[in-house]
Design a binder for this molecule. Sequence first.
Ligand code: ASP
Ligand code: MG
Length: 467
Amino acid sequence: MRLVMKFGGTAVDSPDKVRHVAQLVKSHSKGNKIVCVVSAVRGMTDGLLAIADSVRRGDKQSIEEFVKKSSKIHLDIVGGAISERKLREEAEAAVKKIMKELEEVLGGIVLLGEVTPKSLDYLLSFGERLSTPIVSFALRDIGIKSDHLTGKEAGMLTDSNFGEARPLMDTTKLRVSHKLEPMLRDSIVPVITGFVGADQYGNTTTIGRGGSDYTATIIAASVGADEVWLWSDVDGLMTADPKIVTEAQVLKEVSFAEAMEMALFGAKYMHPRALEPVIETKIPIRIRNTFNLDHAGTVITQSPSKESQKIVKSVSAIRHTALIDVSGGGMVGAPGTAAKIFDTLAKNRVNIMMISQSPSESSISMVVRKTDLDKATTTLELNLLGKVIKQVNVNDDVAVIAVVGSGMRGIKGVAAKVFGAVAKRGVNVIMITQGSSELNLAFVVNDRDCDQAVRALHEEFGLGKSK
Ligand code: ASP
Ligand code: MG
């Protein structure tokens, strides 16, 4: 089989874990062709974001500390993970070289006194640029032929939307397969930076937080992989957040469509766009726990087996959201009102998570992330209040609860069951949406009712007992 294996930052943050990852790759390498995609060592991307912030504020001193600390973290991993002296020295040299470049980049940013989205992406790429040579040398240390590549070297071409760059799939596929095929033919395991690509001018780009999953599926689609394995520190996708519901179970099988809803609705194991490249090519994804190899994890496929088809598969909650209700008599029967509202918000980069409008047309409700709330209300007030809309009301402490499962399609009484269950617990439902795909039913409650609602639904649909 051809396998793309992605390792998250928690899987490579100590010498033992890097050895473990290398052994894991080795144990699957007989008879398989493997490509590895690796995230930055845990905490590194956040650290780089924080240092960018300090540097922006002219804090020169923090650079030295940061460089020292990150050097130590990575060199310690190299020291403990790679036994053979020559390889260890090579890996050390590689890490030191990248660290030096990082120091120079930070110095340059201090001089300029600003961090542009472009320079930030360049800076963020260092996390993955440091972790990949370590994993690659650790593989060589145990007798596996390997080489490390940046996203750019591997052929990951994106647009120039720094921070959230979009891969240009057709060219990427060509370039990646061109680059990787000869390596795979020679049984060399490529170890590629997750999260990082380059635009057509060669500028380094990143594809959004948690983007390594996405890199893995793009690579998989490019080399025609049989499966993508996302190795992390959880057993798989779950019926609910185990912090809210203690009986939450790992789901054995989930369809692409369901996983898409779960990703969007906060099962934060995956980059929301990570599924796009594999849906087309129908390449299954396995989510597995690096630290619990006996657990089979969750498989995401085009069509899961009959036994695993349930009416409802998971109940998720997204917190830190706010509800905005815009209203006004002038909105009734006035074509283009919704377009104006959404267009204005979109131009100001406010992402709307949920929308509903009643047939009376006199109000539209929207859910946004709390972090976008201020921008959203300011934008609405500045541009539309008193013109298209009369009033803007806000509830800034709500949670979105989403019930997901393809088995809900065409089944009567699901909504009654959902709302009956939450009503029994005295939870008030503020807003409701259901896409006509009937894959998910989502509603808004006050944040303080969130846990209650999730538990009620988990119980109502018997998810605790399921496998
Ligand atoms: N290192 C990046 C992040 O922390 C990408 C990833 O981990 O997938 O967002
Ligand atoms: Mg990560």
